[in-house]
Design a protein around this ligand. Structure first.
Ligand code: NDP
Length: 316
């Protein structure tokens, strides 16, 4: 299937390499897999490099790459490298399992907010058996998704099938059956005005940084809630905390943060209306990731551009 194609693995620490090698060997036995810091690894002979968070400058020594494959869907941290080889195609992580995990995370987060499970967890810690009836259901709840891309589209369809009312907003209009689509800054206000649960699945770019600020939150109906599974940089934490404290927002489930791990001193840890998850919304199994990446290499080797190619013009 692959003729003399070398993939150097620069993801994680060396022990992770063996499991990558095992997975690729099972799926694509003719792919030459090598640890990037191995003495046998000659950078000029490497065709593909698999990375997650390499040290700044470390990728530049691979000068003949056909593509760089990112083990995550967000690539913003890689582009912050001042020595990044911007002329090499950069492919983001995708695949069915990545999408399925995100669909299930957001569905869980929305149901968790509706059923106020943060309150139940706090009560259980103190052995309090107090019941506050919740009569709101998915059918009477509108979820608004910011970022209707690969993941946003999958999540929108899953929530719609689950019974939520779903609307989506992105830069360009994305038509998904059963989902009301909004586009651009001009339609943002109308999009937000009916949202009960706002979900961010935006990439981190110069345009999306601090997008969810006090002004944006004030355009949501009183009592709305937030799920952020995009990137922490999109949310102004001070404004979020103020909106929770003054009752404009009724809850938040946050998976991503400006600083990760979330600093010990952050008020988000203990806020009674905030659920913190450790950037764990969606990371597919190694088997699924290797299958996806082998498919991407196959596409590139056959002159087919992969679907999830980073586009410098768009910034994501
Ligand atoms: P895509 O690139 O497929 O989709 C991005 C979407 O965001 C598109 O709909 C795009 O709209 C929209 N968008 C981008 N910039 C703007 C803007 N300035 N204004 C309005 N809309 C904008 O990305 P994915 O769906 O694959 O992933 C989204 C993000 O999810 C990743 O970048 C990553 O940060 C995060 N993620 C988080 C994970 C976790 O575990 N928490 C796991 C995986 C991903 P358009 O196409 O119209 O430009």
């Amino acid at each position: 299937m692959f003729n003399m194609v070398t993939l150097a693995v620069a993801e994680g620490e060396y022990p992770a390499f063996q499991s990558w090698k095992d997975e690729f060997s099972a799926i694509a036995p003719d792919l030459d897999i090598i640890w990037w810091e191995d003495a046998q690894c000659i950078p000029d002979r490497v065709d593909y490099l698999l990375v997650w968070k390499p040290a700044h400058g470390a990728v530049a020594r691979f000068r003949n790459l056909k593509a760089i494959l990112c083990a995550g869907a967000g690539v913003d941290h890689l582009l912050a490298d001042p020595h990044w080889p911007h002329d090499v195609p950069l492919v983001r992580m995708g695949g069915r399992e990545t999408a399925a995990l995100m669909e299930e995370y957001v569905t869980w987060a929305c149901l968790s907010l509706l059923r106020e499970t943060r309150t139940w967890a706090r009560q259980q810690e103190r052995r309090i058996f107090h019941r506050r009836l919740v009569t709101r259901t998915a059918a009477t709840t509108t979820v608004g998704i910011m970022g209707m891309g690969h993941l946003g589209g999958h999540v929108a369809r899953r929530l719609h099938h689950f019974g939520f009312k779903v609307r989506g907003w992105s830069r360009t209009r994305r038509e998904v059956p059963g989902i009301r689509s909004f586009a651009g800054a001009g339609e943002l206000g109308e999009f937000l005005s009916q949202v009960d649960i706002l979900v961010s699945l935006l990439p981190n770019t110069a345009q999306t940084r601090d997008m969810i600020d006090a002004a944006l939150l004030s355009r949501l109906p009183r009592g709305a809630m937030l799920v952020n599974a995009g990137r922490g940089e999109q949310v102004c934490e001070v404004s979020l905390l103020a909106a929770l404290d003054n009752g404009h927002l009724a809850g938040a489930v946050l998976d991503v943060f400006r600083e990760e791990p979330l600093p010990m001193a952050s008020r988000l840890w203990e806020h009674p209306m905030v659920t913190v998850t450790p950037h764990a919304a969606s990371e597919a199994s190694r088997t699924e990731q290797a299958a996806y990446l082998a498919e991407v290499i196959h596409e590139i080797e056959h002159g087919v551009p992969p679907a999830l190619l980073y586009d410098a013009g768009r910034g994501y």
